[in-house]
Design a protein around this ligand. Structure first.
Ligand SMILES: Cc1ncc(C[n+]2csc(CCOP(=O)(O)OP(=O)(O)O)c2C)c(N)n1
Length: 376
């Protein structure tokens, strides 16, 4: 990192846990700061609403990102609309920052016919290609090679765009991570690798995942910089991510960011973190909450107040309740939609299968509205 970025405990950091500035900050526009804060709150409330829907049995599955709001928001904030993002399932904040429709995100959770993937993806696997948000892959780190491929296309076409991709600490043990990093380093691809080190890959702590001091150090072996950042300091993530994106656009090649944070909730709605994580660890990290920290900073700067905070929360909560309710009323995709968007013109075999399926539906009845519960 350039000199402007301070290092504390080996991490880039500007704000302490009380939101006090510990190092001179680059000048940042107030509008940008407030937009980032709003997005962080929005992400948390979206996660809360979705988890509530799951606990009430209204959706089958969800993946919350509690505690990771700063990392998602600041890395999305440095992108141009033209750049492509290749997120993971734990990045609703990236989708929200880039303007994804909240109604459509809920439609994904309900797997209904207004879901942009027509209910074919898992819940929390959004896809908004119009916003250059690539469809999410469940297998860990698949998106890393996809992002490098896209970045290479930008480079070959001489387009001043970059790709950004997100994965967890567990992702850095995957073959696709190493393949992507090798290729990006060798061919100087304009890509930013964002590793959200949230300390756990489901129940596997990072200490059992890797012996390196910092996951960012892995980048050095591939010939490009790796920068470890306090992932709960939105300003530190913003500054480091901006530098990485600028490097990519200037043709200087990839950067890996390791955003050190904690997954404050479960891995997904299907596990109980108290079975594998000491409550004391969770309690310690609560004191480092990225939203609280940023709120204190904004309040100190006279950019924010408790009154504004209450109003924002109420407005966002009401909107989320309304949009979730609206999405819940949408019908499930029709069974014949299985055959849409596969080929421009169906093959004779698929035409036949479609006919058989519709015949069976007419014989059996409306099986697309089955009430079977989600298998996970
Ligand atoms: C290739 C592959 N192996 C295993 C799984 C099962 N699985 C899903 S999420 C996960 C943990 C991923 O942890 P990490 O990469 O740290 O990301 P996080 O979920 O913490 O954001 C595992 C093992 C999978 N989806 N894909």
């Amino acid at each position: 990192m350039k000199n402007k970025t301070p290092q504390q405990d080996g991490l880039v950091r500007f704000l302490d846990e009380e939101g006090n500035v510990r190092h001179p900050l680059p000048e940042l526009d107030a509008g940008l700061l407030l937009r980032m804060y709003r997005n962080m709150v929005h992400t948390r409330l979206f996660d809360e609403r979705a988890m509530m829907l799951q606990r009430q049995g209204r959706i089958g599955f969800f993946v919350p990102s509690y505690g990771e709001e700063a990392t998602q928001t600041a890395t999305a904030a440095v992108l141009d609309p033209n750049d492509w993002a290749f997120p993971s399932y734990r990045n609703p904040g990236v989708f929200l920052y880039r303007g994804a429709g909240i109604f459509e995100m809920f439609c994904n959770l309900f797997s209904n016919e207004k879901d942009l993937c027509l209910g074919r993806q898992m819940p929390a696997h959004y896809s908004f290609s119009d916003l250059r948000l690539f469809s999410i892959s469940s297998p860990i780190a698949t998106q890393v090679i996809q992002a490098v491929g896209a970045a290479m296309a930008f480079k070959l076409r001489k387009q001043k765009q970059c790709a950004i991709t997100y994965f967890g600490d567990g992702g850095t043990s995957e073959n696709d991570f190493h393949t992507g990093m090798t290729f990006a380093g060798a061919y100087c691809a304009p890509v930013v690798f964002v590793c959200t080190n949230n300390q756990y890959a489901i129940s596997m702590p990072v200490s059992r995942q890797c012996g390196a001091r910092r996951l960012a150090d892995k980048a050095l072996g591939y010939g490009f910089p790796g920068v470890a950042v306090d992932g709960n300091d939105v300003l530190a993530v913003y500054v480091a991510a901006k530098e990485a994106v600028e490097r990519a656009r200037e043709g200087k090649g990839p950067t890996m960011l390791e955003c050190v944070t904690m997954r404050m909730g479960p891995h997904s709605s299907s596990d109980d973190p108290t079975r594998y994580r000491d409550q004391k660890i969770t309690d310690e990290w609560k004191k480092k909450d990225p939203i609280e920290r940023f709120r204190k900073y904004l309040t100190n700067q006279k950019l924010w107040s408790d009154k504004k905070d209450k109003e924002l929360e109420e407005q966002l909560k009401n909107e989320l309740v309304e949009l979730a309710g609206k999405a819940e009323k949408v019908s499930q995709p029709t069974i014949e939609s299985l055959f849409d968007d596969v080929y421009e013109k169906l093959t004779p075999q698929l035409e036949k299968q479609r006919g058989q399926l519709l015949l069976e539906r007419d014989l059996i009845g409306k099986f697309e509205n089955s009430s079977e519960s989600f298998p996970l």
